[in-house]
Design a protein around this ligand. Structure first.
Ligand SMILES: Nc1nc2c(ncn2[C@@H]2O[C@H](COP(=O)(O)OP(=O)(O)OP(=O)(O)O)[C@@H](O)[C@H]2O)c(=O)[nH]1
Ligand SMILES: [Mg+2]
Length: 458
């Protein structure tokens, strides 16, 4: 109990950091369309990804202890399903079942859920997003998200929404991501390849991802299994760009294995005896998702804090350059005004046009010409030059801040586009002092804020 209270206190502290320090800055500088805390205030989540028919839904049903999700050979389910506990249900109801179903519109718009930021994926996504409440005790402390299988042939246009982006966004919210493969597609399919190579690394932290080779009972022999395992290892290293092989959990569903043994009684699955079934290890890992939560929250604060402060650093650098440029331009306008004014004065004297005028009047005339020139410069010439300067800066954004480490480069590529959009929207007109104040408060948060929580966690 004490431990639970302590964890809750830490969790609230982190949430408050986000609400008070990160979110307002994120909204002000268009880093995030919705308050950042919407992503983290809900219960811990486990995201289940994988090739089509790799057994995602079967695994989820096994965990829940009921047939909640449809299963079947060939691509079966093209929806994202959030499966969560029904708090309102009577405890210890004997039959585990779906007690309530809601559609994507509800799930995307109800502030109780952390999916507001997925609204941007549009109607087609909303039509493929749904909520199921289930009274399974397994869900008391977590929610599971089942996903459509990754496919070879379907292009993004066919799905009608950007699948990679959606799983990227969900992976960012999730505390644990399971990625399932099966022996039939250990070569993996194209979407899995793209997701693992381009989308997930930027959005998740490595210790949050578990690789699973499922349906191993369907290998014809131990040699077959070893070949499948080798192929998958090779493909994973190609996809993740890593030389070391992550742990791959070897699992199968006892019930499904039994069914397929009855269908194809030629399968010699004697080798399974030697491997055991890591299904239980997987189950434990899923049940531990709430423990990852705090760590993920701390990482969430650190990552967004660093990215936002990089964005502000670039904005401040832009603004300083712009100020210097405008100061130079003003000075040139002033100098131009003096030269033109003096020229007008001397010209009038030399050309004799001023015959009969009081020299004092000529000086005032020269001054007037200088002021008019300066005003014209300020109101017409300078805005033109400033907008050219602005366009030029937009083309060389990478030069705004040093990118001398991999972390800085990663942070930069995560915010570069947001910065460009913000600069285009504001045309570079924003308060430097406000940006500086936000930057120093963020630095303080990054350097000191999460340290206490990290110490507590370790
Ligand atoms: N032999 C065997 N069959 C399995 C296993 N797990 C799942 N299956 C079968 O494989 C088929 C696909 O399983 P699903 O759970 O529907 O797979 P999925 O990944 O949810 O598929 P999609 O939703 O279409 O992407 C079903 O017919 C299951 O019965 C397993 O461990 N062993
Ligand atoms: Mg499924």
């Amino acid at each position: 109990m004490y431990r639970e209270n302590y964890i809750n206190a830490l969790r609230n502290e982190l949430l408050e950091m986000v609400e008070r320090h990160l979110s307002p800055v994120a909204r002000q500088y268009d880093y995030s369309e919705v308050p950042l805390e919407t992503n983290i205030k809900w219960r811990p989540q486990v995201l289940v990804l994988g090739n089509y028919s790799s057994g995602k839904s079967t695994l989820i049903n096994d965990l829940l202890g009921a047939k909640v999700q449809a299963t079947g050979q060939a691509p079966t389910d093209d929806s994202f399903t959030v499966i969560t506990y029904d708090e309102s249900d009577e405890p210890d109801t004997p039959i585990i079942a779906v007690t309530e179903e809601r559609d994507g519109k509800y799930l995307l718009n109800d502030a109780e859920y952390p999916f507001e930021s997925l609204k941007k994926h549009g109607e087609r996504f909303s039509a493929h997003f749904r909520l199921k409440k289930v009274n399974s005790p397994f869900l008391r402390n977590l929610a599971i998200i089942d996903t459509p299988g990754m496919l070879d042939s379907i292009t993004e246009r066919d799905r009608g929404y950007n699948y990679q982006e959606v799983i990227g966004d969900l992976a960012q919210i999730a505390d644990l991501v399971l990625i399932l493969f099966d022996p039939h597609k250990a070569g993996t399919v194209r979407e899995a390849h793209t997701s693992l190579r381009d989308t997930l690394p930027a959005r998740t932290f490595e210790d949050r991802v578990l690789f699973v080779l499922n349906r191993i009972d369907e290998c014809h022999s131990l040699i077959d299994l070893l070949q499948v395992y080798g192929t998958l290892c090779w493909n994973l290293s190609q996809m993740t760009g890593r030389k070391d092989i992550p742990t791959i959990h070897l699992v199968y569903s006892k019930q499904a294995a039994e069914n397929s043994r009855q269908l194809h009684n030629t399968l010699d699955t004697g080798y399974l005896r030697y491997l055991g079934n890591q299904r239980d290890v997987l189950k434990k890992a899923v049940m531990n998702a709430p423990q990852y939560r705090l760590d993920n929250l701390a990482s969430f604060v650190e990552t967004h804090g660093e990215r936002l402060s990089h964005l502000l650093e670039a904005l401040i650098s832009y603004r300083r350059k712009r100020n210097r440029y405008r100061t130079r331009q003003t000075f040139m306008g002033l100098l131009g005004g003096i030269i033109v004014g003096t020229g007008a004065f001397i010209g009038a004297l030399v050309s004799g046009l001023a015959g009969g005028f009081d020299p004092q009047f000529l000086i005032i005339g020269g001054g007037l010409v200088a002021v008019l020139f300066f005003l014209g410069w300020l109101l017409i010439v300078m805005p033109y030059f400033t907008s050219r300067f602005h366009e030029k800066q937009l083309l060389q954004l990478d030069q705004l801040t040093p990118l001398n480490s991999q972390t800085r480069q990663d942070n930069w590529y995560a915010v570069r586009q947001k910065l460009e959009l913000f600069l285009r929207k504001t045309e570079g007109k924003f308060s430097l002092s406000e940006a500086k104040a936000a930057f120093s408060s963020l630095r303080n948060l990054c350097d000191n804020g999460t340290r206490e929580v990290r110490e507590a966690l370790s």
